[in-house]
Ligand binder design. Structure first.
Ligand code: ARG
Length: 571
């Protein structure tokens, strides 16, 4: 659509220059003013002429009429002035010629704004669970939004580095070590994995609530770990490995791989230099024994750098990590995806980085998201009473498997497909909302094959594959014969893909893609129901409809890839 918009804008530029050559209106400006009317009856594109009336010193109604008078463009069937709008109706024949050919030619690159990221690097910090704590649905957001942003940037030609900044350091390891010595046994932990660790963690927290001396013991064990005690390091590594092995299972189901797992522990020896720099620059203030950076001037509470006992904090590590990553990857942008609860933390230390004189401070982006509850129930983290991602996926997969048994009992590969659809249902449902909104997860809604769900769009994808497999010898290069508005509608929807991708990247908002997928699925299904494909009136029409089906499959597939949704060829 962008190329068509450009063509139209150039023609309008020509006319506007005729009205007033000195107004300085170029096609780029016109192009950015073109809108998609809310109702197709009012055209496929519209130019709201009131936006031009000031520069041209002319009433919108008159501008629209003047454009309509001499407008001519091969991509346009009809164009008319109405109430100060210039409404444009695209030619189905032209769309068929251009869009279908473009999709066929570009294939898995169709829709990619590749010049956007050329030669640029983006670092994405996402998922980042805290070791030996449960990987629960609170992490769903950072994991799937983060990965989707990575895929979107890759699609746009950026070089991407996905970092899982594991929470693998901190006093919780002191607690775990104490708990392990008191109640743990190696075999049970090897077998029970993260669950066994979480159990120990919950138990020690309860014990500490009764007996405060245990907290001192835990602090002492953590100190030993920091000082490099061999046995404690061994235990710590083991806890990290066990946790990671468990997380990997979930990542695998989602098709996620990280480029780096450098977690918080990696930065222990990189913090002193930054603390020293802060001190040298006179940015540190002692407040009740702790070292802070005062941010009152910027309307924020202070950023904590060192505790009273001299130990470092979460912001200290983030600052050191950012400096290290700038040196290592020389990023053009670094994106952090976390819950909105951490927004202040990021605003604070981004400011500190700026005050430290790092000129790349404005390349740091925090992407927050809202809270998740399930079937109305809020989460409780501290008590260990949480819904694990693993269990959520397992439940969804089991339910999908049951539906499949009923609907399509002879399906081959049922296990794999149930997994793809079960996981996809959750991902799609989650990413259907604007990320900042709090969401209440309703399992029934997510799994429905009828609503605006993952199963529905995956089913639509499978439908395109099934149609094409029944008549694989169509000719992608033949001239197309458009006979139905459902065909034109589908083409128009397909033509919007690149703009959708650009919008999703600009707003860091995967839901833009999710909603677009629903548009494509809707347009394809309307076409499928109203236009007979395999039994079409003539060979030309049949070929046209197969080519359109192929184009819909390509666009759906490309878009699925952007939001961690598997391309299910059969359901
Ligand atoms: N581990 C943290 C948590 O679970 C998230 C880390 C986010 N990334 C960062 N660089 N601070 O809350």
């Amino acid at each position: 659509m962008l190329t068509i918009k450009k063509m139209i804008s150039e023609e309008i530029e020509r006319i506007l220059k005729g009205i007033n050559a000195d107004a300085g209106l170029d096609s780029g400006t016109v192009c950015s003013m073109l809108e998609y009317p809310p109702d197709e009856k009012m055209g496929d594109l519209a130019l709201p002429c009131f936006k031009l009336s000031k520069v041209l010193r002319m009433a919108p109604v008159k501008i629209a009429a003047s454009i309509a008078e001499s407008f001519s463009c091969e991509a346009v069937d009809k164009a008319e002035a109405l109430n100060g709008y210039f409404n444009i109706y695209l030619s189905g024949e032209y769309l068929a010629k251009k869009i279908a050919a473009e999709v066929a030619e570009k294939g898995d690159k169709y829709g990619a704004p590749t010049e956007l990221g050329e030669g640029k690097t983006v670092v994405l910090d996402y998922s980042s669970p805290n070791v030996a704590k449960p990987f629960h649905i609170g992490h769903l957001g950072t994991t799937v939004i983060g990965h989707s942003l990575k895929k979107l940037h890759e699609f746009a030609g950026y070089k991407c580095v996905g970092i899982n900044y594991l929470g693998d350091w901190g006093t919780q390891f002191g607690k775990l070590i104490v708990a392990y010595h008191k109640w743990g046994n190696a075999e049970a932990i090897e077998q029970g994995g993260v669950d066994a660790l979480v159990e120990l963690y919950v138990r020690i927290n309860n014990a500490i609530a009764e007996d405060a001396t245990l907290a001192d013991e835990a602090r002492a064990e953590f100190r030993k770990l920091e000082d490099g005690d061999e046995e404690n390091i061994r235990l710590w590594k083991w806890f990290v490995d066990i946790s990671l092995a468990e997380y990997q299972k979930t990542y695998k189901q989602l098709g996620i791989e990280f480029d780096s797992y450098k977690g918080e522990s990696f930065y222990t020896d990189k913090m002193p230099a930054q603390v020293q720099k802060l001190r040298d620059m006179g940015l540190l203030k002692i407040d009740d024994g702790a070292s802070i950076v005062d941010l009152e001037e910027y309307g924020m509470t202070p950023c904590l750098i060192l505790k009273r006992d001299g130990s470092t904090l979460y912001p200290t590590r983030d600052i050191a990590a950012a400096v290290y990553r700038k040196e290592t990857y020389d990023f053009d942008k670094m994106i952090y995806v976390t819950s909105a609860g951490q927004s202040l933390h990021f605003a604070q230390w981004f400011k500190v980085v700026e005050l430290m004189g790092y000129e790349w401070y404005d390349k740091l982006v925090h992407v927050p998201y809202g809270t998740v509850s399930i079937n109305g129930a809020k989460l409780a983290t501290r008590t260990g009473n949480v819904i694990l991602l693993r269990d959520l996926f397992a439940e969804s997969i089991a339910k999908v498997a049951a539906i499949m048994d009923e609907k399509n009992p002879n399906l081959e590969n049922k296990e794999k497909i149930s997994e793809e659809v079960g996981v996809g249902a959750i991902v799609f449902y989650y990413l259907s909302n604007n990320r900042i909104r709090d969401i209440n997860f309703m399992m029934e809604d997510a799994l429905s094959f009828e609503g605006n769900t993952g199963p529905y769009v995956q089913y639509t994808y499978a439908r395109t594959c099934s149609v094409l497999s029944k008549s694989p010898d169509y000719d992608k290069n033949a001239a197309l014969t458009i006979t139905s508005t459902d065909e034109t509608s589908l083409l128009k929807t397909l033509s919007r893909f690149e703009e959708v991708v650009r919008e999703a990247i600009a707003a860091y908002e995967p839901s833009v893609v999710t909603r677009y997928i629903l548009d494509v699925a809707g347009a394809y299904n309307r076409f499928y129901h109203n236009c007979s494909i395999l039994g079409a009136e003539s060979e030309e029409i049949k070929n046209t409809r197969l080519v359109l089906t192929d184009a819909a499959r390509t666009v759906l597939g490309n878009a699925f890839g952007l939001i961690c949704l598997a391309k299910t060829e059969k359901i």
